[in-house]
Ligand binder design. Structure first.
Ligand code: ACO
Length: 428
């Protein structure tokens, strides 16, 4: 059987045969389907890209029906158990697990770039004391492009390499500085003897002690959370990164756009919303009342549902396990009981069963973040730090893909045409 699709245009009676490859047809193959010489040709209409592949990618594989997530072919469960964040970031970016020497060099390159220019401190001090840290992160990462004008040479592989190290290395520093700014606390410079996660905790929590020693269980929990959040193929923020980067703007500007996309409550801002929702529910006994409200369309059950996963998000399962280890150190977060009850009731309810709505990564991550001592505003920032590896990998793949061009969707125009301008004084 040929790998083709036969289309009959009932308007003209003509038949067309278009090739099928990788389960897709090329939208441009539809253009030949026309009613006459003045017809532009057929387009596909897909608001929100619900059934459109925008690229070929070899980075992250998701089987949403089976709840499978793999980075470069490696199951997320194995990476969360055995890998470190920097090793996983290397895997995502270069497509293979590093050798010992490669990992050492990569770790050195990232560690070497953790410091930020002193002017960044002044820049951050310009924000109000109560500025949302995600707003500060978006603004500051975008501002990095003014510190590294060489970043505009996006077609130069050496420049791409340098910006890759800088972006991954500096995100935790900017994030920690934003947190300290909110707290009115002095900024803590990176401690390059610590691990990627340990250094981040040091920049957040270090006070007057000569050296901050992270609790190994909490440090590992942060590593695991970072691994789980490192990439997730063509989600809203990855799409923003690719789309902005496709105009050949520098990767800091593109990362600012990606982080801005992540900020929204339907994407990376959902973990913040989950905690606000759990706080509002306040008691296990009130869960049925809230579930009823969500079903009637009065708000959404935040942390539930996913465009791709129609099964339990594998990351949510791992986070649930990690939470138990964290609570042994920090004490149990009472929000967990409300979340467990919410999950139990929702998963037994026809509304959620029929729509295949399961907990996603954001449902339990906020509960750990809160137990670790983070205010809710920091939750999307904690997501953005590790996702930077994914954004950079997506951007690098897009830049070097000969099939990619500047992203420029079509529209179906529904507005007025051919109006005649009426001067202001003559308008009724
Ligand atoms: N609570 C209640 N109902 C929901 C929820 C929810 N969390 N999510 C979807 N639904 C319902 C919708 O109302 C719709 O019902 P209908 O068919 O009766 O109209 C149906 O399920 C399908 O929902 P859509 O919005 O069409 O699904 P979509 O794929 O566009 O949205 C999304 C996915 C945005 C994640 C959605 O499930 C949602 O808003 N969830 C809550 C926010 C959230 O947790 N976001 C984090 C996602 S993970 C991430 O970005 C890292």
């Amino acid at each position: 059987m040929p790998d083709t699709l036969t289309i009959t245009d009932n308007r003209t009676g003509k038949t067309y045969e278009v090739p099928i490859s990788d389960g897709t047809i090329r939208a441009m193959d539809l253009r030949q389907i026309r009613t006459g010489p003045d017809d532009f040709g057929l387009m596909s209409y897909d608001p929100a890209f619900t059934n459109t592949a925008s690229c070929r990618s070899a980075i992250t594989y998701i089987d949403g029906d089976r709840g499978v997530l793999e980075y470069r072919g490696y199951p997320i469960e194995q990476l969360a158990e055995k890998s470190t964040y920097l090793e996983t970031a290397y895997l995502i970016i270069y497509g293979k697990l590093p050798t010992a020497n490669e990992l050492e060099e990569w770790t050195h390159n990232i560690t070497y770039h953790t410091f930020v220019h002193e002017n960044i401190k002044k820049f951050l001090e310009g924000f109000r004391y109560d500025a949302h840290p995600m707003g500060m992160l978006v603004g500051t990462v975008g501002a990095l492009s003014t510190f590294y004008p060489d970043a505009r040479h996006v077609d130069d592989p050496d420049s791409r390499e340098m910006q890759t190290w800088r972006l991954i290395a500096k995100m935790p520093t900017i994030a920690a500085f934003a947190y300290r700014h909110n707290r009115g606390m002095p900024f803590v410079y990176p401690d390059n003897e610590l691990s990627f996660a340990g250094n981040f905790l040091s920049m957040l929590w270090k006070m007057s002690e000569a050296k901050y020693q992270p609790n190994p269980v909490l440090e590992r929990a942060v590593q695991v959370l970072f691994i789980l959040h490192a990439d997730h193929e063509q989600n809203c923020s990855a799409n923003a990164m690719r789309s902005v980067g496709s105009s050949r703007s520098d990767p800091y500007s593109a990362t600012a756009a990606a982080a801005a996309a992540l900020y929204g409550p339907l994407h990376g801002g959902a973990n913040e919303e989950v905690l606000r929702m759990l706080t509002e529910i306040g008691d296990k006994k009130r869960v049925p009342e809230f579930v009823k409200r969500f079903k009637s369309g009065e708000g959404r059950l935040m942390g539930f549902g996913h465009r791709v996963y129609k099964n339990y998000d594998p990351r949510a399962k791992i986070i649930k396990r990690t939470a138990d280890q964290v609570f042994e150190i920090t004490g149990r977060n009472p929000m967990l009981d409300i979340a467990l009850e919410l999950e139990r009731i929702a998963l037994e309810d026809d509304y959620f069963i029929e729509r295949k709505l399961y907990p996603n990564v954001d449902f339990y991550s906020g509960i750990i973040y809160q137990a670790l001592g983070f205010p809710v505003e920091m939750f999307p920032v904690l997501f953005a730090i590790p996702r930077t590896a994914g954004w950079v990998a997506q951007w690098r793949e897009m830049i070097t893909d000969p099939e990619q061009k500047i992203a420029r969707p079509r529209q179906v125009y529904t507005g007025a045409r051919g109006c005649t301008y009426v001067p202001l004084g003559e308008r009724g």
